[in-house]
Design a protein around this ligand. Structure first.
Ligand SMILES: Cc1cc2nc3c(=O)[nH]c(=O)nc-3n(C[C@H](O)[C@H](O)[C@H](O)COP(=O)(O)OP(=O)(O)OC[C@H]3O[C@@H](n4cnc5c(N)ncnc54)[C@H](O)[C@@H]3O)c2cc1C
Length: 382
């Protein structure tokens, strides 16, 4: 078997890369180890309209559960800020449907898909990746490819087998646990975020409403002592709601890996750490970078140059387009890490009265004069 491009993993990263490579007429195969694309879900399912712009798709009620107009953010003492519109706008997806829909769209433009097929190894010649070995229902297959795109998520083995340093460690990951719950009667148009070391050390609690009393209620933590699940149980203990699904997973929150390409291979999405470290949002970034990978694969094959010298363009482009945002997001995550609950409360009280789009230097200076412990953080932000 021989393809122009073989993509490993068939969720947001894999389907986007294969969609944009197939659209331009390449022979593309996408391989997924699970028997069904999109399950199990490991996501709170919130995304921004930029995802749809990247995919050149309209948000459809087929896979959008609720339209988000804003967010409520709670400090440990309950101080509450409300965000309306702007960055807080977006959608809650039904990812089981959305991910499969995206794979279907990719198949419609020509992508071949194999499910229940696990990639075990890479084929390399003279140091260059030129295919892979997979198993399907007890059979071993060797598939040749000019380009391999690794979109195999947080536990990615494929890029590592090609020599890229994509391994995450407990310190670079946020551990998450989430219930999809019934009986959560929040406004379906607003996200809820709760911060505090007691409820979610190194992360936050989210309640993302899907409408009709259903919501994703989850916790992301970076803790050496307790599991995300134990924090989730504690947060939901007094809620008059019941779970219909439990998801557990890790989010890379240390920023992208240093190198995302080598001879004959590119790595995208969670496998490449392409997630906003502050929010843990990866859907829009993964879609953006995976589209670039698909398009660079097209050019590489047209020019008959799939060497690392050419595939480097992928890294150049994603860094140019999303690199700055990811860096900023990491900076804010590191700042949050330094704040005690008391400092979060003080900051929340200050921010509550500000227009976040245009906080004046004067009001910041006044704040730092009153609370000099924030001077160092302010310097880091500026
Ligand atoms: C609890 C939680 C909540 C989150 N909430 C949000 C959110 O609200 N908004 C947001 O934007 N982001 C969120 N994220 C992050 C987001 O889910 C990811 O960034 C995004 O799904 C990454 O997509 P991906 O295609 O790179 O990887 P994945 O979605 O992990 O897909 C990888 C695919 O590769 C397959 N695979 C792996 N190994 C192999 C192999 N050897 N052979 C074949 N197939 C293989 C897997 O089965 C899987 O289908 C959340 C993450 C978690 C864990």
């Amino acid at each position: 078997m021989k393809y122009d491009v073989v993509v490993v993993g068939a969720r947001i990263g894999g389907s986007t890369a294969s969609l944009f490579a197939s659209k331009k007429g390449l022979d593309v195969l996408m391989i997924e180890k699970n028997q069904e694309i999109g399950t199990p879900v490991q996501c709170a399912e919130a995304t921004s309209s930029s995802t749809f712009q990247t995919l050149e798709m309209e948000p459809s009620p087929k896979y959008v559960c609720s339209e988000i107009k804003g967010a409520d953010v709670y400090a440990p003492d309950g101080t509450h800020g409300h965000l309306e519109g702007g960055y807080a706008e977006g959608f809650i997806l039904e990812r089981k449907i959305f991910d499969k829909h995206l794979a279907i769209e990719s198949a419609k433009v020509g992508t071949d898909i194999m499910v229940k097929t696990r990639v075990k190894d890479l084929i390399r010649r003279d140091g260059k990746v030129c295919g892979l070995v997979a198993t399907h229902m007890g059979h071993t297959l060797e598939i040749e490819a000019d380009v391999v795109i690794a979109a195999d998520g947080i536990e990615s083995q494929v890029a590592r087998k090609a020599g890229l340093k994509t391994q995450q460690t407990p310190s670079t990951l946020c551990s998450c646990a989430q219930y999809e719950m019934v009986g959560v009667d929040y406004d379906p148009h607003y996200l809820q975020f709760y911060f505090g070391r007691e409820i979610a050390p190194g992360g936050y609690v989210w309640v993302f409403p899907k409408g009709d009393g259903v919501a994703n209620v989850g916790v992301g933590v970076r803790s050496d002592t307790k599991t995300a699940y134990s924090f989730l149980r504690k947060f939901t203990a007094n809620m008059d709601a019941t779970p219909v699904e439990l998801n557990i997973g890790g989010v890379p929150v240390q920023g992208p890996v240093d190198k995302t390409y080598t001879d004959g291979l590119m790595v995208v999405g969670d496998a490449a750490g392409q997630v906003e470290p502050f929010t843990g949002g990866g859907i829009h970034v993964t879609a953006h970078c995976a589209r670039i990978a698909g398009e660079v694969a097209v050019e590489a094959i047209e020019k008959d140059d799939t060497s690392r010298g050419f595939l480097k363009n992928y890294q150049k482009l994603w860094k140019k387009e999303v690199g700055k945002d990811l860096k900023e997001s990491l900076k804010y995550r590191k700042i949050m890490d330094q704040l005690s609950d008391e400092e979060m409360n003080i900051l929340a009280k200050f921010l509550k009265d500000q227009d976040l789009e245009s906080i004046s230097k004067m009001s910041m200076l006044g704040f730092v004069r009153e609370y000099p412990q924030f001077l160092k953080l302010l310097k880091e932000i500026l």
